[in-house]
Design a protein around this ligand. Structure first.
Ligand SMILES: Nc1nc2c(ncn2[C@@H]2O[C@H](COP(=O)(O)OP(=O)(O)OP(=O)(O)O)[C@@H](O)[C@H]2O)c(=O)[nH]1
Length: 797
């Protein structure tokens, strides 16, 4: 082979090589566009330019591209990462730039003028920042530039590090930039191009440490000392310049920085002139080092690292090298992604098919319903997920949101233990029951008019009955209990229903979390608005029905407790203790609720409140913790009662209890009762004494009031302790645990297919699936074409 032949062979070889380079590069840049558009995580070798603000990153990019696109002096600097895909095209004497769509892998029309490029960068940056209100955004802008004078190279320009935010920018801007750049530079397949101005000494470099945190040994970092022209005039002799160029002691033995100067004149010149200026500056740098420095510099050692053109060649060769190395891994990753996307697409097809498959929909809907019911059960039995702090309610919130306000007929503000804690489910239910008990015990037997007493009493006297006073008192107490306790019972049912109604949302939340944590087991019902609405409606109706039934049931209990025949039972039924001391109650549910878990302050506040409003204390608490008493005019009357009422109270002492009704009286009156009756049987004016209103006047009336209060208390106790609490539990909770799934099932599924499918006329849901499917199809198509491209690239490696 003669020399001529050899030369033409090597020329052909070089041409082939550059053809291969180009093919490989094109394959990667298409893959990169797909990765950006679809959020695919593919390890594509890329260069990320990082450094402090105004250290020259964008100028270096322009120099690499071979023309100026940032013609406007952009005051804001780089605010979004800019992925610049440079494609060497010998047939493009003028640069052809296209922006990738913000939301797809498609590129827009070619932009020819540099000002339109910088304007687009600016407007895209501003549109996203005005939307987020931040100073920077990590969403990249992608530009593809084809040009005869650019290399095959992809560089990501990043916002420059800053120490302080600019005026009007959020305070955390420096941190935001740092963390954004760190995450852009973190993937190990990315090469870092770290720029630092030549005027900065390595020992005082602010950002070198940040780079070390990303790449501690600079294994994948190229270091560029920018604006080298600014430093040149400071060198006087060779040793000085060689020491500077070696950067010894700061970057490690294997890291050689590049020293680059670019034209600082930013006046608009033609692209040819711009490239001309770049070469001139390159030449000028070498000339300065040779001529202006005594003894020049160690050219053998440092020449390959000085000047822009050397950096450009180096970057291109490094990127090509990495492309070649990464190709097998990229190919296998692409194969994997292609089969994954195909599987996703098949799954999506079957989901779309399932939208018209009644049997499938019935199964999924039943599973979903059962799952919701299970979660309701779990929440009733006691659960702490979702976070009660966020999803629970305090007693005040419950009152407010249920629009039920306070307890009817109760003037005092009831503060149940744990009222300040955010509870839901079973715990909130128990708290409402307790609150109801407090409310019930705070109701006093209302005062009765003398006319009422006279009407009942005189009629009894007329019939010659000798139990007139007792009968009158009982009759009064029954009427009072009916009119005062009935609204309270209704209110309790409404409050409990409110607690249970809230559980639907929480059960949904738990079910969603469970579906996202594991493979969806309960069928994917997302988007079927009609079904979700029907399920919610059915649940609400179930709870409202329970409330209605419970109201009827406990009204029935109230009717029995206020029936004249029941009086006999409760007189024998209720446990009594001797003397004046309180009844001993043995209620496990009460015991558990008296456990106040709210923080110290609120617990003691609540206790104080309870002590202040003694009505809030049901008898159970009375026996255990404190002597019950009602504070009237600042005195604990009951305590006073206990001290002052003798074992056998004198009928002359009606004044002692004259003012009192309710609990206080109830306890004192137990002893008084037989004597009161006895007194009335002793003849005289049974109604208002001997006609002397000032001496004994009012004593019979007071006795009747007192006795009525006693009856009232007993009715209330029977009701609260014996029937209502258990009726509420069995009326609400047992059906929720045992009948809910069946009731909802009957409502939703015991219907014809046609009616059932009405719930699934969900154009929104099907559209959503169709959109997802289309985007998957697109992704599949692009990944397949990238795969094929890489297969042919790999063949020539
Ligand atoms: N003297 C001199 N000036 C330069 C050189 N390179 C860039 N400059 C000037 O430095 C200024 C900042 O340059 P940019 O390229 O915008 O810096 P940047 O790092 O991209 O800035 P941010 O994107 O805001 O972080 C511009 O005015 C450039 O003209 C150089 O080599 N020598």
């Amino acid at each position: 082979m003669d020399r001529k032949e050899e030369a033409s062979n090597s020329k052909r070889q070089r041409k082939n090589d550059s053809g291969e380079y180009r093919k490989r590069y094109e394959a990667y840049s298409r893959l990169q566009a797909a990765a950006v558009a679809f959020g695919e995580k593919l390890a594509i070798p890329e260069i990320v330019a990082v450094g402090g603000q105004s250290d020259g990153k964008s100028s270096l990019l322009e120099a690499l591209l071979g023309f100026r696109f940032n013609v406007r002096e952009v005051e804001m600097g780089t605010r979004r990462p800019l992925i610049l895909q440079m494609l060497h095209d010998p047939l493009a004497p003028d640069p052809v730039c296209r922006f990738q769509d913000e939301h797809s892998d498609q590129y827009g029309p070619p932009l020819l003028s540099p000002s339109s490029i910088s304007d687009t960068i600016k407007s895209r940056t501003q549109s996203i920042l005005s939307h987020t209100g931040a100073a920077v955004s990590s969403k990249p802008i992608v530009i593809r530039a084809e040009y005869a004078h650019c290399p095959n190279l992809t560089i990501i320009d990043t916002p420059g590090f800053v120490l302080k935010p600019k005026k009007g920018e959020p305070e955390n801007t420096p941190d935001q930039i740092l963390s954004m750049v760190k995450s852009l530079a973190a993937p190990p397949h990315r090469i870092l191009l770290f720029l630092q101005q030549s005027s900065v000494e390595w020992c005082s470099s602010l950002w070198l440490d940040s780079i070390r945190q990303i790449d501690p040994t600079f294994k994948r970092t190229f270091i560029v000392v920018s604006k080298f022209d600014n430093r040149l005039k400071e060198f006087s002799d060779r040793s000085e310049v060689d020491r500077y160029l070696s950067a010894a002691g700061y970057l490690g033995d294997n890291t050689r920085p590049f020293f680059v100067a670019l034209p600082k004149d930013r006046t608009l010149v033609s692209n040819d002139e711009f490239r001309n200026q770049i070469s001139q500056v390159d030449a000028e740098v070498i000339r300065c080092l040779r001529d202006n420095v005594k003894g020049g510099f160690d050219e053998e050692k440092y020449m390959p690292f000085i000047g822009f053109s050397r950096l450009k060649d180096y970057l291109e060769s490094q990127l090509q090298k990495r492309y070649k190395e990464a190709a097998p891994a990229t190919l296998s990753l692409l194969e994997q992604r292609c089969s994954e996307v195909s599987a996703e697409l098949a799954k999506m097809d079957s989901r779309i098919q399932a939208t018209s498959d009644v049997a499938h929909l019935r199964k999924s809907a039943m599973l979903h319903t059962a799952c919701i019911c299970n979660h309701v059960g779990a929440l009733i039995d006691g659960a702490a997920d979702p976070a009660p702090e966020q999803w629970g309610k305090t007693t005040d919130e419950e009152r407010l949101e249920s629009c039920l306000g306070g307890w009817p007929g109760v003037a005092v503000h009831i503060k149940p233990p744990n009222g300040t804690l955010r509870l839901y489910g079973g715990a909130a239910f128990e708290r409402v029951i307790h609150e109801f008990r407090c409310a019930a015990y705070s109701i006093e037997c209302p005062p009765v008019s003398r006319e009422k007493v006279a009407n009942i009493l005189l009629a009894h006297a007329g019939r010659g009955g000798n139990r007139g006073v007792t009968e009158a008192a009982a009759e009064i107490a029954r009427a009072s209990a009916r009119s005062w306790l009935s609204p309270l019972l209704d209110s309790a049912c409404d409050r409990l229903a409110f607690v249970l109604l809230n559980l639907f949302e929480l059960a949904l939340k738990r079910s969603r979390r469970q579906n996202s944590d594991f493979e969806p087991k309960t069928g994917d019902m997302d988007g079927y608005v009609g079904f979700h609405a029907a399920l919610r409606h059915s649940y609400n109706s179930f709870i409202k029905n329970l409330a209605k039934q419970c109201k009827q049931l406990i009204q029935h209990h109230l009717d029995s407790a206020t029936s004249p025949y029941y009086q006999v039972c409760y007189e024998n039924d209720l446990p009594r203790s001797s003397g004046i001391s309180s009844i001993q109650w043995n209620h496990p549910s009460y015991g558990s609720l008296s456990l106040d878990l709210s923080d110290g302050g609120s617990a003691s506040a609540c206790r104080n409140e309870i002590l202040r409003d003694q009505e809030n204390i049901p008898p159970g608490k009375v026996g255990q913790e404190t002597t019950p008493g009602k504070v009237i005019d600042g005195k604990d009357v009951l305590r006073e009662c206990q001290i002052t009422i003798p074992e056998t109270p004198s009928p002359d002492q009606p004044c002692l209890v004259k003012k009192e009704t309710g609990n206080c009286i109830e306890i004192g009156a137990r002893k008084c009762h037989p004597r009161i009756v006895g007194k009335s049987q002793n003849g005289g004016n049974i109604l208002f004494g001997e006609g002397n209103n000032n001496s004994r006047a009012g004593s019979a009336y007071s006795e009747i009031c007192s006795s009525a209060a006693q009856h009232f208390s007993r009715i209330r106790e029977v009701l609260v302790e014996k029937s209502v609490t258990s009726a509420l539990n069995s009326g609400f909770l047992t059906p929720c645990r045992e009948r809910l799934v069946l009731a909802l099932g009957l409502d939703l599924f015991a219907v014809t297919d046609e009616k059932f499918m009405d719930m699934f006329v969900a154009p929104g849901a099907i559209d959503e699936l169709e959109n997802e499917r289309q985007s998957l199809q697109k992704r599949q198509k692009i990944l397949h074409s990238c795969l094929n491209e890489f297969k042919s690239v790999a063949l020539k490696l």
